[in-house]
Design a protein around this ligand. Structure first.
Ligand code: GSH
Length: 223
């Protein structure tokens, strides 16, 4: 039986869930909501998730919100290697890295990318991004270091939930530095391979996963 996934283009939380569905080979009916049209605040969607947030997964009568919980559900119903580990050591590593992502990386990335991506007239997006840069670099250094001698954040032969959770946030950095608001700033991200070669190789491994193209934010293809 196929599940239903409600998502929005460019939402990093939704993107990690789509990646999990692809990696686990779970067939899904896609409901792409438009943030611009405020589909996520429309009565039809609020009836499914009263918090008005994506992603949401429906599996029969069960509605699951929160991206990490949705990944957990997909892990349980899908095939292939576990996203959350099978041994105590593996499970601990997945949660250790996921916690770093949820509590530190996400905030560090958002503080840097949001001023550039959502630049408001009269604001100084460059100043805000540069102020956020040292913290972001400190976070990324930890990821770059661990990927020096392993393919995936938690080691092993396959991506874990931590890899899929981190990836969309890393992609947001690339998107932000390509924005007009970033022009003229000296940013240590382009090309990523020159500054963070291990992260760049890891990013390429995720981009090579089967089904990856189906998860790519549609509106990013338009610029
Ligand atoms: N903690 C949630 C975050 C979900 C979230 O904030 N989604 C955003 C899109 S990126 C959203 O739907 N925002 C609409 C709103 O907050 O009103 C998760 O991991 O799923």
């Amino acid at each position: 039986m196929s599940v239903e996934i409600y998502w929005g283009s460019g939402s990093p939380f939704a993107w990690r869930v789509l990646l999990a569905a692809e990696v686990k080979g779970v067939p899904y009916t896609s409901h792409l909501l438009s943030f611009q049209a405020r589909d996520h605040k429309a009565p039809a969607f609020l009836a499914i998730n009263p918090r008005g947030k994506v992603p949401v997964l429906k599996d029969g009568d069960r509605v699951v919100t929160e991206s990490m919980a949705i990944m957990h559900h997909l892990d349980a119903i899908g095939g292939g290697p576990s996203l959350f580990g099978t041994t105590a050591d593996e499970r601990t590593a997945v949660w250790e890295w996921s916690s770093r992502i949820l509590y530190d990386l996400e905030e560090a990335v958002d503080a840097f990318t949001r001023p550039l991506i959502f630049a408001k007239p009269g604001s100084n997006p460059g100043e805000a991004a540069m102020a956020a840069l040292p913290r972001l670099q400190a976070e990324l250094a930890g990821f770059e270091a661990v990927l020096a001698d392993r393919k995936w954040l938690c080691d092993g032969d396959a991506p874990s939930a931590a890899d899929l959770a981190a990836f969309p946030f890393l992609m947001n950095i690339g998107r932000a530095v390509g924005k007009d608001a970033a022009r003229g700033l000296e940013l240590p991200f382009t090309p990523l391979s020159a500054h963070y070669p291990n992260l760049a190789a890891w990013q390429a491994r995720i981009e090579a996963l089967p089904g990856y193209e189906r998860t790519y934010p549609p509106h990013w293809r338009e610029g």
